[in-house]
Design a protein around this ligand. Structure first.
Ligand code: SAM
Length: 234
């Protein structure tokens, strides 16, 4: 269970209505039962339920079960998609180990708003499900050009684009070797040619392909992440 509070032996942790409901009515836990908790900083702890009240639950942290491990360092920049598909992206990217989720608006991006609370809720749920000890950092959605304006010089940005004769992603990643990396996946309508030309001029951008077929944006996210994971082992 993801919690915000610091975790240490004896620490009490209060849960809100939604989480209290989940423990009591979905998992059917009761006072004295134990749950595993993590906060992205202090590892995983066993915590015991002290009691439930109207819309709350309190826990006491007992023993540490896992220490915080170094998380993979991979960012995912993606053009926001419609509801179900963006939920899928947040869930799968979290399961695949992404450290930072960054929605970026490209020229053909539709929709033009992101429900960050929903994105974060999906990422938390996926982190709990796959037992990772951190939730990806969710960065404020920005137009792509602004997101790239202060880009760290040592971080490669693998630009996934279906057009052109870009190298296969696995080949480009193998050649680049281990380094801080980010993936960029475009919108349902793809990148605009002038956008691709501008991106191609940036020194940290590595254009890559994911095979000869045009994948849906959400499929492209999973395909690119699977490739990165198989090479990095993270
Ligand atoms: N119209 C479909 C949809 O509704 O999702 C296809 C969208 S495709 C244009 C969306 C993005 O997926 C592209 O901008 C690109 O980042 C990525 N993509 C899809 N197929 C790809 C391929 N074969 N190689 C590299 N990137 C690809």
């Amino acid at each position: 269970l993801y919690v915000e509070s610091p975790l240490a032996e004896g620490q009490s942790v209060g849960l809100d209505h939604e989480r209290a409901h989940f423990l009591r009515h979905v998992l059917r836990l009761d006072r004295g039962d134990a749950v595993a908790v993590f906060n992205g900083r202090d590892g995983e702890w066993r915590a015991v339920i002290d009691g439930f009240g109207k819309g709350w639950c309190s826990l006491t942290v007992a023993q540490q079960r896992r220490v915080q491990s170094a998380a993979p360092d991979l960012w995912l920049l993606f053009a926001p998609l419609k509801k179900g598909r963006i939920d899928f992206v947040a869930e799968k990217a979290t399961e695949m180990g992404v450290s930072r989720l960054w929605p970026v608006f490209t020229r053909r991006t539709d929709p033009n708003r992101v429900n960050s609370d929903r994105l974060r809720a999906n990422a938390i749920e996926a982190a709990e499900q796959c037992e990772r000890l951190s939730v990806p950092e969710l960065v404020e959605p920005l137009p792509l050009a602004r997101a790239l304006a202060d880009w760290p010089a040592d971080r490669r940005l693998f630009l996934c684009a279906e057009a052109g004769n870009a190298r296969p992603i696995a080949e480009a990643m193998r050649e680049t070797g281990p380094c801080p990396a980010a993936l960029l996946i475009g919108p349902e309508g793809g990148f605009d040619q002038s956008e691709l030309d501008e991106l191609g001029k940036l020194p940290f951008v590595v254009p890559v392909g994911l095979g000869p077929r045009i994948l849906r944006a959400d499929t492209a996210v999973v395909a690119a992440l699977a490739c990165w994971q198989s090479l990095s082992g993270d």
